[in-house]
Each structure stands twice: as C-alpha cells, then as structure tokens.
Design a protein around this ligand. Structure first.
Ligand SMILES: *[C@@H]1O[C@H](CO)[C@@H](O)[C@H](O)[C@H]1NC(C)=O
Length: 244
C-alpha cells in the first residue's frame, strides 16, 4: 500500500512536470503482470511522456513516443517452471514456494540482463532518463538502473502485500495479525497459525537478507560492474538492499 502511495506520489510529480523520459521495466515473463503494468505505460504516454519499455509483450497500440525493448529470446517459463506449479503453488511446502519465488526472480532477472538491447542500455554513455519505473517483484538487481541513469526510481508492487516491502517502508505489520503472502489466512489466526506465520516470516526475512539478496547483488555487480565503477556499485547496491 505504502509502496503504491509512493509510486503514486512520484508518478504525480513526474506527470505534473513537463514531458519526461521514462524507463519502464516489466521484465517478468508472465503475461498477467504486464496486463496490469501496461496501463501505467499507456497513461504515461497519454500524458505526453517519452517511454522506453522493457517487456516481453509487444504493444498492440504503437505510439510515437514509445520505444520498446522486447526481451529476446523470451524466458521459457514452462521449461523451467511448469505452469501448474506456478499457478497452483503445487510445491509441497510454503518454504518451497518461497524458494520458487526467489529462483524465478533470480533466473528471470539474469535472463533480462543478458538481453542484447538491455546490455546496450547498461553500457550506453549518452542515454538519459528522468525516472525509472520497475515492477517490485523479485528483480532487485534492476534497481541499478536508477544508479546508472542517476534518477529516481518508482517501484510498482504486483504482489499486493509482502512483509519485506512493508518493513522497507517502515510500516509495522506484526506477524501475529498479518499472514505471510503465501498463506491463505486472514487477520483472525489461531495461536498455532500465528506461531507458524511468525516462523515462516522469520525464515523469509533471514533467507532474503543472507541468501536471496546477496545473489541479487552478485547479479548487479556482474552485469553493471563494467559500466559503473565497482566500488560505487557495491556501495549503492548495499544502500538499495539495506533500504529494501
Ligand atoms: C511525444 O513527446 C513529446 C515530448 O518529448 C510531446 O511534446 C509530444 O506531444 C508527444 N507526442 C505524443 C503523440 O504524445
């Protein structure tokens, strides 16, 4: 919620000002994510902004101010993650579902960063953007584009609630009443459900900090290291990560 408010605030600022150059990134290869994100793209164009979109889905309504970077080759989701697993969360435990998220995030982030056009953007010397908009999913290495172009970043959350997003925004959402995103509970949990929720959420927080984010950092250093001085990459990405 707070994230969305923040996004909204930046969008208002961006939209209120004169036309901006915006890098809009929806790299996750699942069409349902883009179905939602493309409304933001459409409205930004309507308001006269120049948008460069990084996506898997070519637009059906070309626009003079829309430049598309279509990730090529497309990430083959069914090959790596059969559809029934993704949609039904058929992994045998909540913990495995968490690892599914992290693995998909790491794989699709690296896949995007290997795209030839995206690499050209990373290595570009004369490109300029006023704002970077990124899907807040499992793609933290892409936050480096804000550093690369030295401009603000807006993230748009497609998950709804996630514990780490709330904590990043300084919101207190206690595990006693707020169930983890992979759990079906409401705020009316039994004692056993609360205990399990706390255990799962703690596992998530610890693994995110010491397993998942270090891997994201490694991706950021690997793919941005050559175009940005490494010591400053590490400094910035650490900032990003501690902020997350
Ligand atoms: C394209 O962007 C420019 C600003 O760079 C703006 O003046 C123009 O109105 C936009 N064109 C369309 C069709 O929205």
């Amino acid at each position: 919620m707070q994230l969305q408010l923040r996004a909204l605030l930046w969008l208002c600022l961006a939209l209120g000002a004169s036309a901006s150059r915006i890098l809009f990134m929806g790299v996750f290869p699942c069409p349902s994510h883009w179905l939602w994100l493309e409304h933001f793209q459409r409205d930004l164009l309507r308001r006269g902004h120049e948008v460069t979109s990084v996506t898997n889905v070519p637009t059906k309504t070309p626009h003079a101010n829309l430049t598309e970077i279509i990730l090529n080759p497309a990430f083959d989701i069914p090959k790596h993650f059969p559809k029934n697993i993704i949609f039904d969360m058929h992994y045998s435990s909540d913990f495995q579902n968490l690892h599914l998220f992290w693995n998909i995030g790491l794989m699709t982030t690296e896949h995007a960063l290997q795209d030839v056009q995206l690499r050209q953007l990373i290595n570009s010397q004369n490109e300029h953007f006023d704002l970077v908009i990124i899907e807040q999913f499992f793609h933290e290495a892409l936050l480096m584009f804000g550093h690369k172009f030295n401009c603000p970043i807006v993230t748009i959350g497609t998950l709804g609630y996630a514990d780490n997003m709330d904590h990043a925004m300084g919101i207190v959402t206690p595990w006693s009443v707020i169930p983890h995103l992979v759990l079906p509970h409401t705020d009316q949990m039994s004692f056993a459900q609360r205990a399990y929720n706390s255990y799962l959420s703690l596992y998530d927080a610890i693994m995110r900090r010491w397993y998942y984010l270090p891997k994201m950092q490694a991706l950021a250093v690997k793919y941005f290291g050559e175009s940005i001085k490494v010591h400053s990459v590490e400094y910035k990405i650490n900032l990003c990560i501690s902020y997350l």
